[in-house]
Design a protein around this ligand. Sequence first.
Ligand code: ZN
Length: 185
Amino acid sequence: MNNPLFNADFINEIRYDKSCNYGINGRSNHALHIVTRDKNYKTENQNFNFIFSTENDLEIYYRQYYSIIPNLLTYATAIIDKLIFSFIENDQSINRKILKDFRRTLAMVFSLEYTAKGERKDNPFFDMIKGLLTLECPNCNYSASVEQADCELFLQTELFLCPKCLNNILDDDSIKVIGKLFVKS
Ligand SMILES: [Zn+2]
């Protein structure tokens, strides 16, 4: 599967490439074997994998794990959805797929929002969303442009709330708008 969110070479690199030092292959082999001989992640002399890790080492392991694993899990869910939804073809399932794809996109964008030091950065993606995505409330007809806080709420709850009447804006029409703008079919 290759789409703007997932590059097949990158996914392969972070999961399987033995020479990729930021990937998960070497680290998971250290976790599974007390001694490893591969030249890319060979156990040092008079050492065992992870046995004598310091607090500093653990910090590096955690940082690497939490920056790589979400990519792989998100990719895995995208594959599973692609397969499952290929067996279910109706309006309801198409809408469901759009919402799940969009939610996954937002999850990736939010995960990139934090630098390695955990500081939040400005993300131009949300300026783009604000400019592109306007949803009309089916209850009061208010046209709401979608902002970062709306995306955060959607990520957590799958709701877009109308800022005027606080009803959920998502109906068939607004889901179609999201699908057209952000989801590759
Ligand atoms: Zn409204």
